[in-house]
Design a binder for this molecule. Structure first.
Ligand code: HEM
Length: 415
């Protein structure tokens, strides 16, 4: 089978044809391949679990500073034009050591397992409320009614966004970051203009919160970011603070949403797995990992070689790009038994859904808590959950998942 590079990287292909599992399986069996898709930057496709671990463990050779997505020719053009503040903002995912570690430390205390325990009530209440919102029985799009609402509530709370601003924040991030999907894109004279306008609105919204927390500190992430200093005591600049807000919200929202839809989707195909969870709640620990392995919402991250290097039998030149396909690593047959089986009891489960090493997901404990709370609600309350039409996929190759997931359900009231 010859692999069409566009299947790996073109957002519309993901929207139309879904995730390229067969292509990745082929690539995992082949020597490392250099992909030159028409209309995109070229890249080495890194599809094997062991190769992704090796690349991620060597940030000096494979850096993030040159960007994390494989750009298409349109993005390359706007990148060259881009002067807006939102484009100049570097967030931690685009930093390399030593700066990366200094900036990551600013918020890492908040995201530890103990830090996240403080959010237990918020997370559980949110999960219960979104399931309550479905009513006892009916039909709904589970992306809109469940999966997207739960992380929105949790993240808005920790970032200090009032409930009446949540919907607007959601629209803004979708328009800024799901820009490849024509259904979600904002109407504007140009993409550049849209980014400027959206960026300004973001700034205004977050800035008001930052100012409020500087004047009236509370025990939340918003206050931690608004009053943060680096290890040398230097306060974070305004753009850096706003950048942190943006990365926490954007990195946390769509990813968790897609993991939750991945779980709902998988349970509709495998109701016996939901029944297993209902009967044995100790499986929550492994179920949450399997949901992240299975759904792999972050499809890939880009790295750029900082020097000529031999890797995986290939000669990689300085400046060449590598795309680390986590979703492929999560189905690597040399690591996982029966990788295409959704098994909520899978243990061990060394998935790479949260990445590896230097940039390992900062919000992984919060994501786990949010997913666990929803799975617990589903296990407690779902009597019937079945498809009520075809699901559709977001036209995105970067953060991937369902755009719509129509379902019919019967739900028990909360205990
Ligand atoms: C199921 C949900 C999630 C998934 C699958 C996910 C996945 C990832 C992945 C793959 C990376 C890059 C790792 C690498 O390059 O090695 C990452 C980084 C990151 N994630 Fe998550 N994430 C999720 C939820 C969250 C949440 C809830 C937050 C915050 C509230 C968050 C914040 C971040 C941040 C700030 C980074 C950058 C870390 C760094 O550069 O050091 N993520 N995530």
């Amino acid at each position: 089978m010859t692999v069409d590079a566009l299947d790996l990287i073109a957002s519309d292909r993901y929207g139309d044809r879904g995730i390229p599992y067969a292509q990745w399986a082929e690539l995992r069996r082949s020597p490392l391949q250099y992909m030159e898709p028409e209309g995109y930057e070229s890249f080495w496709a890194i599809t094997r679990h062991a190769d992704i671990i090796a690349v991620s463990s060597d940030p000096a050779t494979f850096c993030n500073g040159e960007g994390i997505v494989v750009l298409n020719s349109h993005q390359l053009r706007t990148e060259a034009e881009g002067t807006s503040a939102i484009r100049q903002m570097k967030t931690i995912i685009e930093m390399d050591p030593p700066d990366h570690r200094r900036f990551r430390k600013v918020a890492s205390g908040f995201f530890t397992p103990r830090g996240i325990e403080r959010l237990d009530t918020i997370v559980r209440t949110s999960a219960q409320q979104v399931v309550d919102g479905l009513g006892p029985e009916g039909e709904a799009d589970l992306v809109a009614q469940v999966a997207q609402r739960h992380p929105l509530r949790v993240l808005s709370t920790i970032l200090g966004i009032e409930p009446d601003q949540e919907e607007r924040l959601l629209e803004l991030t979708q328009q800024l970051f799901a820009a490849d999907d024509p259904d979600l894109r904002r109407e504007a004279d140009s993409r550049q203009q849209a980014i400027e306008e959206l960026g300004m609105e973001f700034f205004t919204m977050f800035n008001a919160i930052i100012e409020d927390r500087r004047a009236h500190p509370r025990d939340d992430l918003a206050t931690m970011l608004a009053t943060a200093t680096l290890d040398d005591g230097e306060p974070l600049g305004m753009l850096e603070t706003l950048g942190y807000y943006l990365i926490v919200f954007t990195a946390g929202h769509d990813t968790t949403r897609h993991a939750l839809t991945g779980a709902l989707d998988a349970f509709m195909d495998h109701p016996e797995e939901l029944a297993r969870l209902r009967d044995d709640r100790t499986l929550l620990r492994t179920a949450v990992e399997e949901v992240v392995r299975w759904s792999a919402p972050v499809n890939y991250m880009k790295r750029t070689a900082t020097r000529d290097v031999e890797f995986g039998g290939a000669q990689i030149k300085a400046g060449e790009r590598l795309a680390l396909f986590y979703a492929s690593a999560n189905r690597d047959e040399t690591v996982f038994d029966d990788p295409d089986r959704f098994d909520i009891g899978r243990d061990p489960n060394r998935h790479l859904g949260f990445g590896w090493a230097e940039h390992y997901c900062l919000g992984s404990h919060l994501a786990r808590a949010s997913i666990t709370a929803l799975l617990d609600q589903l296990a407690d309350r779902v009597e019937v959950l079945e498809r009520a039409g075809d699901a559709s996929q977001v036209a995105s190759a970067f953060v991937v998942g369902r755009k719509t997931l129509p379902a019919r359900y019967v739900i028990r009231p909360a205990a």
